[in-house]
Ligand binder design. Structure first.
Ligand code: ADP
Ligand code: MG
Length: 716
């Protein structure tokens, strides 16, 4: 009685897409232009709003001022009629609770009017504020469940869009989600606050450099998203995949990525069809998707958009993950966004390209053409360096989650130590400023700037270092330590906040020196010099995976927070609370809430993994081993039987240890429980897995109940 035969692989390989990604209309023709067609964007607003309303709305957005409630009714009505023409019957306030996912509660446009019929209506009030019964969103104790009220508030700076569904479409209105006391319960609220703070501080700095045109500074984000696509048949045959998103068992395949044939390789047709449709959907949603390629691991891919302001970029990133997952199913595929779906195979991350730019179009992290511009660049650049050094632990905490513990610090993703890669030229430039002397090697090329002279700055690109968690890449910093499943919200909130503080401190210093009679250019250079000297320990251009770096980093006093429970307390550390409160981003209570939610998610997710592992071990893997053992005995294969039996015995023993660990959580919740999960439960799971993977190599293939790594990763 074979429970599993390899014949199913043929079915998996013969995909019959119900999607329509290939053979679509040519989007290079203007008649087929689809970009933004499902977005209530500026063009749609212009076409549908009265001119005065449109102008006032645009002005409100440009100034970042609150919206005149008198406009809301007109805007809501225009939005509704636009949405209904696009097939929407419902609307929802679309928000981002602390789960890293998005939430939506749909309301119909139609309301009965008393004569047995219904009329479509959507008021300004409904547009501006919602009151979902939000008692079951994680709030880290901010709002006790009996006080279930949470408000959603329209974010007019992120355009509304339509999510299509086979049976009807929904108008989605991006909103912030706050408690009745005004505390943030989501990722958007603090991100917006941090963007505001950074803007005012950066404008203050720009004044030092004589900038008279910039009225606002935006932070920008361009995320690169890694993901796996596997056949859905395998996914649904594995309880670990569909309950936890990763394989809890599975021996390493004979073929891994040793051949290096996958990275940038030809994209299989089914996958390409799926990607094309994903991208088309995203384009219709106004997400500027740009790049696609194969990633390092088999069946791993990457997608990257063109950067946008942090708020819209973060919303779009959530949409991207959602669309990737939805469209994959139309091709008989499942998109895995877990940080480590397959042990022993490269995991998936997200690269957060980050910069600051003015509304007048200047990228503050772009080296300029003139020495003066370059000084301004060095000023902002060293502010980022100092911020990352000062708050390295917070940045580490901002990317901590249960999936990340398989990557950070292991030999693939960036190490758990936060450091910055600048590239040789830029590092040399800072050292030249600091010493006041030109370095010999580049003497001929120096741009004169009175004292000191500056070596040429890297013009686009510069050299690269793939192992660095935080790398300068020509005109932006790339924070590479994010996990593939993460929301961009908290990471960018943290970055904006700590950089705001850093810029502010530097401007204070320059102002103080000026008061003491220093000339402005000298005061600026002095500050750059001092800041560089104080924080250059965070700069490292060597191999981040090498053991030597662990030692070197320790000697430099850099933090090495290996696991999530090590890192999370930094969310509520004094230095974090201080900077978040000073820049009005999150208060202590709001930070505590985030800490509690993160800790709880860690323990809960691990508990689900551990219980799933125990149940699969007992009810799937062990029976397979026992059956095969009986067969061996029956066939008189004594030595084979005893080999198998000793592994099976070991398996039972380890499985019991795991079951016991699952049953004996400490009474205390919070960090104590998280540490228990890390120190007792994970090792028990690992041990159980180790023996299971050994058994996989011993038990007859037709008895093995789980699809194997080679099948999941190589049948496309
Ligand atoms: P790389 O391989 O160098 O990382 P990619 O093309 O894969 O290059 O990704 C670069 C990413 O950086 C893109 O998502 C792009 O939009 C983003 N990016 C470029 N300029 C900026 C900027 N000023 N601010 C934020 N992100 C940016
Ligand atoms: Mg990159």
């Amino acid at each position: 009685m074979a429970s599993k035969t390899r014949q199913q692989n043929v079915t998996a390989a013969q995909w019959a897409g119900t999607g329509d990604g290939s053979g679509q209309s040519d989007i290079t023709e203007s008649a087929a232009a689809i970009y933004g067609e499902n977005v209530f964007n500026i063009a749609a607003q212009k076409a549908r709003l009265q001119k005065t309303v449109f102008t006032k709305l645009q002005k409100t957005l440009a100034d970042g001022a609150p919206l005149d409630p008198a406009l809301a009714d007109a805007i809501a009505d225009a939005m509704r009629s636009w949405a209904m023409e696009h097939g929407a019957t419902h609307f929802t306030h679309w928000f981002q609770p602390l789960t890293n996912m998005t939430a939506e509660k749909h309301d119909s446009f139609f309301e009965p009017v008393g004569d047995g019929t219904a009329l479509a209506a959507f008021s300004g009030k409904e547009l501006i504020q919602g009151e979902p019964d939000a008692s079951s969103f994680p709030t880290g104790g901010i709002r006790a469940t009996f006080e279930a009220r949470g408000y959603t508030a329209w974010d007019p700076t992120s355009p509304a869009f339509i999510l299509e569904n086979p049976n009807g479409s929904v108008l989605c209105i991006p909103t912030a989600f706050v408690s009745w006391t005004g505390e943030a319960l989501d990722h958007k609220t603090p991100l917006l606050r941090s963007m505001d703070s950074l803007s005012s501080v950066a404008l203050r700095a720009l004044k030092l450099f004589g900038d008279k045109v910039a009225a606002r500074v935006f932070t920008t984000v361009g995320p690169e998203q890694e993901y796996f696509l596997i056949d859905e048949q395998y996914f649904y045959e594995r309880p670990d995949l569909y309950t936890t998103g990763r394989t809890l068992f599975g021996a390493k395949p004979p073929k891994g990525h040793e051949l290096d044939e996958h990275y940038f390789g030809t994209i299989p047709e089914r996958v390409l069809a799926c990607m094309l449709e994903t991208e088309r959907e995203l384009q219709r949603l106004g997400v500027p998707v740009k790049t696609r390629h194969n990633e390092v691991a088999p069946s791993q891919y990457e997608l990257a958009p063109i950067f946008e302001n942090s708020n819209v970029g973060s919303d779009h990133q959530q949409l991207t993950m959602q669309v990737l997952e939805n469209v994959a199913r139309r091709y008989g595929l499942v998109c895995l966004m877990h940080e480590k779906p397959f042990a022993g195979v490269n995991g998936s991350g997200k690269h957060n390209n980050w910069s600051m730019g003015t509304d007048s179009g200047q990228n503050l992290l772009e080296p300029g053409d003139t020495p003066a511009e370059n000084i301004q660049f060095l000023f902002f650049c060293v502010a980022v360096i100092a911020a990352v050094d000062r708050h390295q632990e917070l940045l580490r905490a901002s990317v901590a989650n249960v999936g990340q513990d398989h990557r950070l610090g292991a030999n693939e993703a960036p190490p758990a130590i936060i450091s910055i890669f600048l590239g040789r030229e830029l590092e040399r430039a800072f050292n030249a400023v600091a010493s006041g002397k030109a370095t010999d090697s580049a003497a001929g090329n120096f741009l004169g700037l009175g004292t000191p002279v500056l070596p040429p700055l890297p013009l686009h690109g510069g050299d690269r270092n793939r192992t660095s968690p935080f790398a300068f890449t020509g005109n932006k910093f790339e924070f590479r330590a994010l996990g593939s499943s993460m929301s961009l919200g908290f990471v960018n909130t943290a970055l904006n906040t700590i950089v705001a503080e850093s810029i502010d401190m530097m401007v204070d210093e320059v102002e103080a020196a000026k008061k003491k009679g220093k000339k402005r250019p000298d005061a600026i250079l002095d500050t750059i010099k001092k800041t560089w000297k104080a924080h250059k320990r965070i700069v490292f251009d060597g191999d981040g995976y090498a053991d030597a770096w662990q030692k070197e980093a320790a000697a430099r006093g850099l933090a090495n927070l290996r696991t999530t429970p090590d890192a999370l307390p930094w969310i509520v550390a004094k230095s974090t609370v201080q900077v978040f409160e000073q820049y009005n981003v999150l208060n202590e209570r709001e930070l505590e809430a985030r800490f509690e939610v993160a800790v709880e998610q860690y323990s809960t997710k691990l508990n689900i993994e551990a219980e799933t592992a125990a149940s699969m071990a007992r009810t799937m893997i062990l029976p397979a081993a026992v059956r095969y053992l009986a067969e061996c005995k029956e066939a008189g294969m004594t030595s084979l039987a005893s080999e198998l039996k000793s592994s099976a015995d070991e398996f039972v023993k380890r499985l019991r240890v795991l079951e016991k660990a699952n049953a004996s959580h400490p009474a205390a919740e919070g960090l104590k429980e998280a540490e228990y999960m890390r120190d007792k439960v994970i090792p028990a799971m690992d041990k159980t897995r180790e023996t299971a993977d050994k058994l996989e190599g011993l038990v007859a293939d037709d008895l093995w109940p789980l699809p194997k790594y080679s099948e999941m990763l190589f049948i496309k």
